[in-house]
Design a protein around this ligand. Structure first.
Ligand SMILES: [Zn+2]
Length: 131
């Protein structure tokens, strides 16, 4: 069960709610923008290769943005569920308590700082090109 007080849990819920509405706003703005661009694309009659590759690039950027938003929203939902279940302070790797300060700064964190650093090192190692 959670070792956090009601006030602490409420603070985390507040931060998560704020993150969620920020991302929803960003997503709506991005969708609205991309909707405008597609409309312009459809309205345009002549496309040469150059225009198409620019359009492809824009779509790729939009998809990447939306994917990031969706992933972040999913993480926020998961954190809200962990909070509701009283498990949010439990490190996913070692089961120890994630500090409240850490969660307040980053409520979607799943690991304590030690496990996160180990995770980041492993992850960074895999993605760092060898010089
Ligand atoms: Zn841990």
């Amino acid at each position: 069960m959670t070792g956090y007080t009601k006030t602490q849990s409420a603070s985390l819920a507040l931060v998560l709610g704020k993150m969620e509405s920020d991302i929803s706003d960003d997503m709506l703005a991005a969708l609205r923008q991309s909707g405008d661009k597609r409309y312009i694309d459809l309205a345009g009659e002549v496309h040469d290769r150059g225009d198409e590759s620019v359009a492809d690039e824009l779509i790729a950027v939009e998809n990447a943005l939306t994917e990031r938003h969706v992933r972040e929203l999913r993480e926020i939902k998961a954190a809200q569920q962990r909070l509701a279940a009283g498990k949010i302070e439990q490190c996913a790797d070692c089961g120890d308590e994630i500090g409240f300060e850490r969660l307040l700064a980053n409520p979607i964190a799943r690991r304590c700082i030690e496990c996160q650093q180990r995770h980041d090192r492993t992850y960074a190692h895999e993605n760092t090109p060898r010089l």
